[in-house]
Ligand binder design. Structure first.
Ligand code: CO
Ligand code: ZN
Length: 328
């Protein structure tokens, strides 16, 4: 599972350019599903046991945060616009990579006060001598350049949000031998820009119920905002975030599945943020929806941290959920 997460997090895939991630996931999941297609926006949809039982949609997003080139000055320094919710404070000193492998360093103009540090004061240095020597163009997108590393059971890397969710779906497809439902494994595009791929894929699938698998914040670090979720205490079953109040029956079914699988779980109330389930729930005449979350520290930085045991727990909860699930 760790190797799978490493392969997925190392793939390039900012919002709108998920092709490399999609190809890799398709390779991983193809042997374990009955069918596979890509929709018009680029969502990858795989399914098992088409033809009987209610349709259950599992969704995880493929896209990651990026820095889009907006301007290259005469000296070859690059200005960028964030793609997705990228904080500026941790950026100076980070390395980013463009498609084709060109590395850049994010650096900051000199400021009197750290409060002045905004994205507009930051730039990407490609080591170019001048504008003509800068091997990127306006519209190109860089992503964080970091390997996946481990510290005991902790995983540390970029794009755990949400490649770790993608890995959970692949693993569930691999281990799911029989179930009473038609399971759809949906790898969505452009979640970080406003849950965009989830909207069209859910419309196409018309699921009877849905579960998104994504990362969530934790409250277990120094002076963190109060939140009852910690790393390593099990996957979280979401109650609410700013996009969704989870359907009580789906939530209950997930909690019962955790009990059946003997997986410890945490209840999650996330006060800011949302997931694909927020728009899936509002598809057509409505879809009962829930979320299984992987507790993750330092979200949207190059050093997101999750616990492998929580990831494994999420796989087992979903397997138990699919074996008992007969519709909400
Ligand atoms: Co995110
Ligand atoms: Zn996410």
């Amino acid at each position: 599972m760790k190797e799978l997460i490493a392969r997925l997090t190392q793939s390039y895939g900012p919002s709108g350019q998920e092709g490399e991630v999609r190809r890799r996931i398709a390779e991983e999941i193809r042997p374990h599903v009955d069918g596979l297609r890509t929709d018009a926006l680029g969502n990858l949809i795989a399914w098992k046991d088409a033809g009987k039982g209610p349709r259950v949609m599992l969704a995880a997003h493929m896209d990651e945060l990026g820095l889009m080139v907006t301007h290259i000055d005469e000296q070859g320094f690059v200005r960028y616009a964030p793609v997705g919710g990228l904080g500026h404070l941790g950026l100076p000193g980070q390395r980013v990579i463009f498609p084709g492998g060109r590395i850049g360093v994010v650096a900051a103009e000199r400021v009197e006060d750290v409060k002045e540090l905004k994205h507009e004061k930051l730039y990407i240095d490609l080591g170019a001598a001048d504008r003509a020597g800068a091997p990127v163009a306006v519209g190109d997108v860089a992503v964080f350049h970091r390997p996946l590393e481990t510290a005991g059971t902790r995983l540390i890397g970029k794009a755990l949000d949400d490649r770790v969710g993608c890995a959970v779906l692949v693993e569930v497809a691999r281990r799911l031998t029989s179930s009473a439902v038609r399971a759809y494994f949906v790898f969505t595009v452009q979640e970080e820009l406003g849950l965009r791929g989830a909207r069209t894929s859910a419309y196409g699938i018309e699921p009877d119920l849905a579960v998104a698998v994504d990362v969530t914040a934790t409250g277990d670090t120094p002076k963190a905002a109060v939140m009852e979720v910690s790393l390593g205490k099990g996957p979280a079953v979401k109650v609410k975030d700013s996009s969704l109040i989870c359907h009580p029956e789906v939530r209950q079914a997930l909690e019962e599945a955790a009990a059946t699988a003997a997986v410890p779980f945490q209840r999650e109330v996330l006060e800011r943020g949302g997931t694909d389930a927020g728009v899936i729930a509002l598809t057509r005449t409505g879809v009962p929806s829930g979320v299984v979350s992987i507790p993750t520290r330092y979200l949207h930085t190059p050093s997101e941290m999750a616990d492998l045991a929580d990831v494994e727990g999420a796989v087992r909860v979903l397997l138990a959920f699919l074996s008992r699930s007969t519709g909400a």
